[in-house]
Design a protein around this ligand. Structure first.
Ligand SMILES: Nc1ncnc2c1ncn2[C@@H]1O[C@H](COP(=O)(O)OP(=O)(O)O)[C@@H](O)[C@H]1O
Ligand SMILES: [Mg+2]
Length: 302
């Protein structure tokens, strides 16, 4: 069975999506891995980075997005027959082994979820609303992915910023999480906040899966400004005090306008412009990623 990996940071604009799509593409294209990208963010950046808008419009019209799969979990009695296999788009960007589970601008309705769980808590008795909620959160993404878990070496979840239901459910369903961050003091505070939230998740979700969740590493996405040079060194000194070497990726991603421009060609920079500094950095990072996954001690049985 492969690994589920969540790309998370409560901050937006730190490079989560860019890391997700380039890592996933390199794993498939350069290493022959079977990879699925799951877009858990209603801003659908990962989806639109991997498929042209007209194609997305079509899958949305046909209700072949993650939105439909979530709807089925929220309304188990719905008549929808759509399966995850119907929704997954293979050969993304013409790369063998690179699949996409397209996201949606409407992923779920908080009100519907609360109503459904409230009824469930009343019907089941014995369990409090928060226990019912936690159980739902624990199973939502895991149940959606369950039928295809064995089909992939890696399933990478592109999480939304903040800390919404899908981010939490995605983290709980994962074996590892990847943390892209900027080398700035506020970003470091953000890392610690996320770590604290994840330990809370471990307390509230007493499942075997979350006991196995581990930080694969923090990936620094550098700032492009040369003025940041000295300051950057100071911040990185703090980083090495606060985190162990095993928690950090040695490879860092430079700012490179080609990374952002690749969006216009509906494919990641590692395909659109593989000779550029940004693309090369993602390729080296992918090698380090594979080494880290290989070298991780097996998770402890619960
Ligand atoms: N290494 C990089 N070089 C240049 N631009 C980048 C780089 N990484 C990300 N960006 C750009 O920064 C913006 C935010 O990145 P994104 O991956 O969408 O962040 P997030 O998913 O955390 O919100 C995007 O416009 C993206 O193209
Ligand atoms: Mg994003």
């Amino acid at each position: 069975m492969g690994f589920v990996i969540a790309t998370v940071n409560m901050k937006g604009g730190v490079g989560k999506t860019t890391l997700t799509i380039n890592l996933a593409t390199c794993l498939a294209n350069n290493h022959g891995k079977r990879v699925l990208v799951v877009d858990l963010d209603a801003q659908i950046s990962a989806t639109l980075s991997l498929m042209p808008p007209h194609e997305f419009a079509k899958v949305r019209r046909e209700k072949r997005t993650l939105g439909q799969l979530i709807y089925k979990e929220i309304k188990p009695n719905s008549k929808s027959k759509v399966t995850i296999q119907d929704v997954i788009k293979p050969y993304t960007c013409n790369v063998e082994g690179l699949d996409l589970l397209p996201g949606d601008i409407d992923l779920y309705d908080e009100y519907l979820v609360s109503e459904m769980l409230h009824k469930k808590a009343l019907n089941e008795g014995g369990r409090t609303f928060s226990q019912v909620w936690n159980r739902f959160e624990e199973l939502l993404i895991r149940s959606i992915l369950d039928p295809i878990l064995d089909d992939y070496d890696f399933i990478v979840l592109d999480c939304a910023p903040g800390y919404n239901l899908l981010t939490r459910s995605g983290i709980v369903a994962s074996d590892f999480y990847l943390l892209p961050a900027r080398p700035e003091p506020l970003s470091l505070v953000g890392i610690q906040l996320l770590e604290r939230r994840i330990s809370k998740l471990r307390e509230s979700h007493d499942s075997e899966q979350i006991l196995n969740l581990r930080l694969l590493g923090i990936v620094f996405i550098l700032s492009g400004s040369p003025l940041m040079g000295r300051y950057y060194k100071q911040v990185m000194q703090r980083v090495t005090q606060d985190f162990s070497a095993a928690q950090l990726f040695e490879n860092r991603i430079p700012m490179d306008v080609n990374v952002a421009k690749a969006f216009d060609s509906f494919m990641p920079v590692v395909l659109a412009n593989p000779g550029t500094a940004g693309a090369k950095a993602f390729m080296k990072l992918t090698e380090e990623f594979l080494q880290k996954v290989d070298n991780f001690p097996p998770s402890q049985p619960a």
